[in-house]
Design a protein around this ligand. Sequence first.
Ligand code: FAD
Length: 463
Amino acid sequence: MKGNVAVIGAGLVGAVAGLSLAHEGYNVTIFELRADPRLADTEDKNLRSINLAVSNRGIRTLRMIDPQMAERVLADVLPMKGRMIHDLKGNQAEQLYGLYGDAIYSIDRGVLNENLLHEIELFDEAKNEGSIQTKFEHKLVNMDFGNDNDEHSPVELTFRRKNSNDDVHLKFDMVIGADGAHSITRAFLGKKVRMDYSSQYIDKCYVELYIPPSDDPSNKFSISPNHLHIWPRVDFMLIALPNTDGSFTSTFFGPWKLTESLRTEEQISSFFSDQFPDAVNLIGEKSLVRAFQNNPKGSLLQVTCSPYHFKGKCIIIGDAAHSMVPFYGQGMNCGFEDVRVLTELLKKYKHVSEDAFEAFTETRHKDLLAILSLALANYHEMSAKVTSNLYKLRKATDGFLHKLLGDHWLPLYTMVSFRDDIPYHEALEIEANQHRLVSIFGGVTILSASVAILYGLKRGLKI
Ligand code: FAD
């Protein structure tokens, strides 16, 4: 046994972190403030159902932990090989993500979380050195980092339990904070280290909507199940991701002022009929109005901080360390990648957690800043650029050069979503260089063409 580890949060990243460390021989306890989601009633589950796109970085981490586990956990995914753009008239146009059938994979967040919790139960202590258990309805309320001068002094955690007046106090060698964007672990860490921290609410609100399966017995999907559907309208947009039962989870993103101005049945109906007529037919007008009025309106928060750790005692990962807007579909994938990077560093530094945590903060920060900026920029790409001819030309150029030059020319989306070996900050740098080359080439081409035309005119017209 390599030490006792507390993971705070049994969300997607906390569950994966717990599994990874248990496979490495640690004695892991995961604490979660909520009840076990597998016991929540169906209505509650439906309300919180959000689809996620899993891509290569996330899949690589699951495979690193256990390839068979990865297969079981991702058994219910649907591949999405590109975007399907819906215009105002309801016409659809496909934009493939990659040249070689590359896909990102749609999965229900609730299903994924439950699959991971199930894997925790399947963990076989007889076959592995480590162990893992989960404590639900345990809310972290205090952290005492112990004696500063003694690196081996344990961290004492205090948990408040539902329906109990007695707090629980427990000691651990190491604490992993995976408690989401509003992380309390981060707050305690911030009292201990000189942490740079910034948070920013983006002026976009999101509302979940639902496209039911089709009535057609020969095809349960009313639109293509192998695309991420987008209705881009610049300031706002609608997207839809497929579910295996033929339904789609659709999400409206728009500025808060606009979203909150749509209150009455007439306002909602007329806005959606004007902007997304084909989506109204798919969702059903009455269901759409009901969902828009009653479903929670979510805010989008971006968080950056550094360092991510205190000595070898505590580290934060996932949304706790880098909450990002969802437009690149990387929040969870990046959180899973945190787990891989951290696990590899622990192995590299022979499980001296202080060295591994130090290296994590040093190497990971630039990647996290890079993906945060990419995620923010991708709203503009999804909601507006996808319809511009210049964007389509750049995509076509990228595709052509990628086919011609292979790995020497990689489109940005390919580097971020389909490659798991190019750190985010390198992907950003490579793209900046490629963009510069395309601009220079474009400029030179236009200049040469202009010179040729002028020369031709001069000779032809004998000016
Ligand atoms: P969370 O999922 O927030 O989990 C944190 C857990 O900690 C929770 O269970 C919480 O109850 C628990 N907790 C909090 N405080 C305490 C405490 N004091 N004590 C004990 N437990 C505590 N990412 C992708 O990769 N692909 C996508 O397609 C994608 N789409 C998205 C779409 C939307 C609309 C949104 C909002 C996000 C999307 N994301 C996507 C991002 C993704 O959902 C998050 O990055 C991911 O869920 C973060 O996981 P986490 O485990 O770090 O945090």
